[in-house]
Design a protein around this ligand. Structure first.
Ligand SMILES: C[S@@+](CC[C@H](N)C(=O)[O-])C[C@H]1O[C@@H](n2cnc3c(N)ncnc32)[C@H](O)[C@@H]1O
Length: 258
């Protein structure tokens, strides 16, 4: 049980701020937000601070390592569902430029503030979008697309994936993380919540889509991607136990076929 509590401690703690900020942000942007963006609206103020926690730091380290071998200086990237822009900054530091988008106006406001504070000459433009299921970019616009922990919150995940592939150039790189269908922690949290044993893990009401390893590979291949690497990650569980205690996230690296 301790493991389960630690793993989503951050999401849950931050989630309590959701109701408070949500009405304000909604009124400000005067539009209906996508469900996943609405959920994150209340987390925007503390999303960056969350990366100081061990699980988030571990995840960041893995993503930095993967992106380090994918991003070429001068390349043009899209960070789809960028949150407060932590991973956008990684892309920027690796020499990429491009666009970072999110459905949450609060997240984008934070991302802009942080870029202005840390790196006013930052090479990414941040923008609010209605949803990543419908992108306004032209076909074959980007050398790379990053989409980290977003697909699980999207109402039509395969439409979103199709859009991410559409805006990639042939030969372009996709780095994606999705929720693992077999995740032990997710299953237990979900069971506890459904049985009304806890009111925690509110993220599960919005984070609905999970994939098996083969499932996400099949979808991406159908969309014209060649999958180069699939790895598992969990903020709490050690990799050596994944055969017995399945991890929370599936990380995928893929290239768009020419
Ligand atoms: C778990 S956070 C991940 C943020 C960032 N990628 C990271 O790894 O730090 C998910 C993000 O996806 C955004 N999001 C959820 N559904 C969305 C949608 N349909 N369209 C655009 N953004 C969405 C949320 O607003 C939130 O910022």
């Amino acid at each position: 049980m301790a493991l389960i509590c630690i793993s989503d401690y951050m999401l849950d703690r931050l989630g309590r701020e959701f109701e408070m900020e949500n009405s304000l942000e909604k009124a400000r942007c005067g539009q209906t937000l996508a469900a996943g963006a609405r959920y994150h609206e209340g987390l925007a103020g503390t999303w960056t601070a969350g990366y100081a926690k061990r699980g988030f730091r571990k995840r960041l380290e893995v993503i930095v390592r993967e992106l380090g071998s994918m991003v070429l200086p001068g390349s043009h990237w899209l960070d789809a569902g960028c949150g407060s822009g932590i991973l956008t900054r990684v892309l920027n530091e690796l020499g990429a430029s491009g666009e970072a988008i999110d459905g949450s106006p609060g997240m984008i406001r934070r991302a802009r503030e942080e870029q202005n504070r840390i790196d006013p000459a930052g090479a990414f433009s941040f923008g609010v979008v209605e949803t990543i299921e419908r992108l306004e970019f032209e076909d074959a616009n980007f050398d790379g697309v990053l989409c980290s922990s977003v697909i699980e919150y999207v109402e039509a995940p395969e439409q979103a994936l199709q859009e991410l592939v559409r805006v990639l150039k042939p030969g372009g790189h996709l780095f994606l993380s999705v929720a693992n269908y077999h995740s032990l922690i997710r299953h237990v949290q979900s069971m506890l919540r459904r049985a009304h044993i806890t009111r925690r893990y509110a993220y599960l009401d919005t984070s609905r889509t999970t994939y098996t390893r083969q499932g996400i590979v099949t979808v991406l291949e159908r969309l014209g991607m060649q999958v180069d690497k699939v790895a598992f990650f969990d903020p709490t569980l050690p990799a050596a136990t994944f055969w017995m205690l399945p991890a929370s996230l599936i990380l995928v690296r893929a290239v768009k076929k020419s």
